[in-house]
Design a protein around this ligand. Structure first.
Ligand code: ADP
Ligand code: MG
Length: 696
């Protein structure tokens, strides 16, 4: 099959270029065809220089290089070139870096396309470090209205002459001479017809040599769908495969779980009950559970987690629950001891910083099985921790752990059942993308009797009003949090913020007990302060974001967040979730200096209008974009070539449905009509994406 052919012998490539392409991940014909242009150039997308004004934003200009000169400059040397377009307009192109290289590649009178921001430099219309493509003999065709593809370059590519022009030539030859060997379609034809998609061969051709903007859009739409479809197919296949991994078959129903639920001072919400049933079904199926429990802050996920762990204990196995921070682990430990001691279940605690002797005893208990449930941080899953028989793992606030961590911990024990929990409500498109191989349980309601949190946005001028609110709650014997941001790079200054805030509040509230806790404290000290706060000995807790996850102090009714503009919406929502956990009316006050960041005000107003985590995370995703949503890419978000997590939310759903339907009709893709899709998937998609997602 030509698509798998290496590139060395293709016209215009050769061993040297093939080597460089290979290093960039372009190893075969298919990879080359999927090396899509980063931009296109046509008459409608270029601007005449006469029309330009500084501040116009990014534009594309086509013209000839007129004069090139290096100038030593007072501070920094620079290279200047005049670009003149066919209307006689002129603009200066300026480089401060890579001067020698630019000078070497730039020739006078050469026709180029440049892309960049228009600004003024020394009172002249300029473009600094433009993105530049030599058009060479493509020039004449450009004026007849053809759309020209421009490819991303790199220094390495340049070194072997792999410019946009070279790419166009190679691809042109490839499609012209071998195009008929390319499959017309790789997806099931019925699917293509149903979705009204352009066929594969035409789409690939059109991406590189579009005849019109419409054709290009249709090609892009088709390939986007294909990209999302294969991702969903991969996730569905991963899920199917997991459902075939034999795992401990836990006995259901478990008497222990029933006794536990009956011992609670409240009745379960419908969502909690459903989640517990889902888990019971999974863990008694004989195959491995891999379930994500999503529920907003305060929705009562802990009770569900404990039920899952008890299902393991009831069948003579052990359970483990892992939290992202020591503070949270400690809190879980206390909660579990309180809940489970009466039932005679033995709970152990394991974190990184424990003393050697205590640690040894715990490790022994885990190894011989006397410890039935282990609560801890990721320390639980270090190599030297041996379980007698691990049946169920719960990972709380799982979005704080990377995909890799999740994958390694599952190697403990013999395919234990896994329950992931998250309080970050994520939009469905995102859930389908990151967790598409997991089963999902949702808790959509909060326990009855909770009052909605009233949220206010205050500027600096209303600081005294904020203090009045805190005062009023403290007088009612309620408790307050005052949160300061803790930004990695400037931790010191921010700590000073929290510290000076602490001093000011002590001044302002002489009759109240004010505490301070931050991430830089030794953990015992941190724990001690937190414990005093939950016990009610501290009225006002000044803190950094260490309280962000999971701290449960039902008597706390007011949350003040300083510099709220520095937090993401989802994080603010999490922080706000620390109050409103009891039956008292609660408040959240966002202190923000929005003169400096006017758009922050709009963003923060979202929080004053809704307490629904899903609405907030939708908004957050919209603002920050998919890649940024979880802070880093290592959380397992795939990087799409064409699709966009936010813009293509609808298409993600469609692709999911299509993948599910295909596998329902033909689970192993054995039907002759699915031969090509199976082959294509196995050859080009399966292993490459698969590695990213190996969760279960
Ligand atoms: P989260 O989902 O944020 O982890 P928690 O499990 O910490 O929430 O529960 C928050 C609080 O709600 C706890 O104090 C817990 O005891 C209480 N709670 C849990 N379920 C219910 C319920 N069904 N009815 C009333 N209170 C509940
Ligand atoms: Mg929790």
């Amino acid at each position: 099959m030509m698509l798998t052919e290496g590139l060395t012998y293709f016209k215009g490539v050769g061993p040297k270029r093939a080597g460089i392409l290979g290093r960039a991940g372009i190893a075969n014909c298919r990879d080359l065809l999927y090396y899509f242009p980063r931009r296109y150039l046509d008459r409608t997308s270029t601007t005449a220089i006469w029309h330009l004004q500084p501040g116009d934003g990014e534009v594309t200009i086509v013209g000839r290089i007129r004069r090139i000169k290096t100038s030593s400059g007072r501070r920094r040397p620079r290279l200047e070139a005049i670009l003149e377009d066919d209307m006689g307009g002129q603009i200066m192109l300026i480089w401060f870096n890579g001067i020698q290289w630019v000078e070497r590649t730039l020739d006078a009178d050469e026709l180029v396309a440049v892309f960049g921001k228009v600004q003024t430099f020394r009172h002249r219309l300029s473009m600094i470090h433009p993105d530049m493509d030599k058009l060479g003999d493509d020039g004449p065709q450009l004026s007849t209205g053809r759309i020209i593809a421009l490819y991303a370059g790199s220094a390495l590519f340049q070194r072997v002459g792999l410019t946009s022009r070279t790419f166009r030539r190679i691809l042109y030859n490839l499609i012209k001479t071998r195009g008929l060997e390319m499959p017309e379609e790789i997806l099931p034809r019925r699917l293509v017809a149903e979705q009204g998609l352009m066929n594969w061969r035409s789409a690939v051709r059109a991406m590189h040599f579009p005849r019109s903007v419409d054709e290009l859009n249709a090609a892009r739409e088709r390939l986007k769908f294909e990209e999302l479809f294969f991702l969903q197919l991969m996730l569905c296949l991963a899920r199917r495969q997991r459902l075939r991994i034999p795992a401990l078959k836990l006995e259901q129903p478990v008497d222990l779980v029933k006794r536990f639920v009956r011992s609670l001072p409240f009745t379960l919400t419908a969502g909690q009950r459903r989640a517990i049933q889902d888990i019971a079904r999974d863990t008694s199926s004989g195959y491995q559970m891999n379930r994500l429990l999503q529920g907003d802050v305060g929705s009562g996920k802990t009770v569900v987690a404990v039920s899952a762990l008890l299902m393991g204990v009831g069948s003579g196995c052990q359970g483990a629950i892992m939290a992202p921070t020591e503070v949270l682990a400690e809190q879980h430990f206390k909660t579990l001891v309180k809940l489970l001691n009466p039932l005679g279940v033995h709970v152990g605690f394991l974190i990184g910083g424990q003393r050697k002797r205590a640690r040894q005893a715990i490790l022994e208990g885990i190894a011989d099985g006397t410890t039935q449930i282990v609560v801890g941080t990721h320390a639980i899953f270090q190599e030297h921790v041996r379980f007698r028989k691990l049946g169920v793992i719960v990972i709380d606030e799982q979005h704080r752990f990377g995909v890799q961590q999740r994958a390694t911990l599952q190697e403990k024990g013999d395919h234990p059942h896994v329950l992931l929990m998250t309080a970050t409500p994520i939009p469905r498109s995102l859930a389908l993308t990151i967790y598409g191989d997991l089963d999902l349980s949702l808790i959509t309601e909060l326990p009855a009797g909770r009052q909605p949190i009233e949220t206010k946005l205050f500027g600096e001028s209303r600081r005294s009003a904020m203090l009045w609110h805190v005062q009023r709650e403290v007088e009612k014997k309620r408790q307050a949090y005052v949160i300061y941001p803790q930004v990695e790079e400037s931790e010191k200054t921010d700590l000073k913020d929290a510290e000076s805030g602490y001093r000011q509040l002590r001044e302002a509230f002489r009759h109240a007990t004010v505490g301070l806790v931050h991430g830089k404290m030794p953990s015992e000290e941190k724990e001690a302060i937190m414990a005093r706060f939950t016990a009610g000995d501290i009225d006002i807790l000044v803190a950094t974001t260490v309280v962000e996850v999971g701290i449960d102090a039902p008597n706390a009714t007011i949350m003040v967040i300083e510099h709220a503009e520095r937090f993401g919406l989802s994080q603010l929502h999490q922080l706000r979730g620390r109050v409103g956990r009891g039956s008292h009316k609660s408040y959240c006050i966002l202190m923000a200096d929005y003169r400096q960041t006017p758009e922050a005000k709009q963003r923060l107003l979202t929080l004053t209008r809704t307490t629904d985590g899903f609405t907030i995370s939708d908004k957050d995703l919209e603002i920050r974009g998919g890649g940024d949503f979880f802070g880093t890419r290592q959380h397992g978000l795939p990087s799409f070539k064409l699709a966009d997590l936010v813009e293509d939310a609808g298409l993600i759903e469609t692709a999911r449905e299509a993948a599910v339907r295909l596998l329902e009709q033909d689970p192993n893709l054995e039907h002759p009509a699915h031969e090509t899709v199976r082959w294509y998937y196995d050859t080009f998609v399966g292993q490459s994406v698969g590695r990213l997602f190996r969760v279960g």
